[in-house]
Design a protein around this ligand. Structure first.
Ligand code: TYD
Length: 208
């Protein structure tokens, strides 16, 4: 059985990642393409519990190393429980955020550095790297919180705009490091146009 394709979606807060994933899901349904959608941190019962600890606004004392290891722990569970079995069964898996978020948020945003975060994740990954990563390449807007139209109840979103700007620089650096794997797409104001760019990129790389 040929191993399935593994695709991840990445980007800063409020750049329309959820909308693009929803549009991709609809596209797959309409075209009879089977895709397993999952998300990080989360996607399994254990990983969702870890997610709650990571994002809990009351955990103000959490150090960056602990945060990074918790993301890696949630990832290890998701990989072994969901992602690898699906890929081994020949299915396509699309994950909302993955290792590049750890590089952008923990290595760059939290200043842990690329090497340390890569080392933490080497235990978690079981060599399971994405075949293609779609990076929605846009700086977070200062109104991203308002745009989401909800009360902030998440420790990462609560961070300053300076932090989220550093995260953007992190994504840019990681895209430069892995140019073969990471496809940068600039979201336009038109979500359907962006969707077409996503579909085109996935078709070009033989995913769809
Ligand atoms: P979520 O509500 O899923 O954010 P979004 O809708 O923007 O994808 O929350 C996940 C948060 O965790 C988000 O702020 C990004 C952050 N994150 C990391 O800092 N490191 C990681 O490795 C991952 C997967 C996510």
């Amino acid at each position: 059985m040929k191993r399935g394709n593994f695709v991840t979606f990445e980007g800063c807060e409020g750049v329309g990642k959820s909308t693009q994933l929803k549009l991709l899901k609809e596209y797959a349904e309409q075209n009879g393409i089977e895709i397993i959608f999952t998300r990080e941190p989360g996607g399994t019962s254990v990983s969702e519990q870890i997610r709650n600890v990571i994002l809990d606004v009351n955990n103000t004392s959490m150090v960056a190393e602990c945060e990074s290891l918790l993301y890696a722990a949630a990832r290890a569970q998701l990989i072994k429980e969901i992602i690898l079995p699906a890929l081994e069964a020949g299915k396509t898996v699309v994950c909302d955020r993955y290792i590049d978020s750890s590089f952008a948020y923990q290595a760059y945003g939290r200043n842990l550095g690329f090497e340390l975060v890569a080392r933490f994740n080497s235990y978690a990954l079981s060599d399971c790297m994405p075949d293609v990563t779609i990076l929605l390449d846009m700086r977070p807007e200062d109104n991203f919180r308002k745009k989401k139209g909800k009360i902030i109840d998440d420790r990462m979103e609560n961070e300053s705009l300076e932090f989220h700007d550093k995260v953007y620089d992190g994504f840019t650096a990681v895209a430069d490091k892995f140019p073969e794997r990471i496809v940068k797409i600039k979201p336009t104001g038109d979500k359907l146009l962006t969707h077409r760019l996503v579909i085109e990129a996935l078709k070009t790389r033989g995913i769809l």
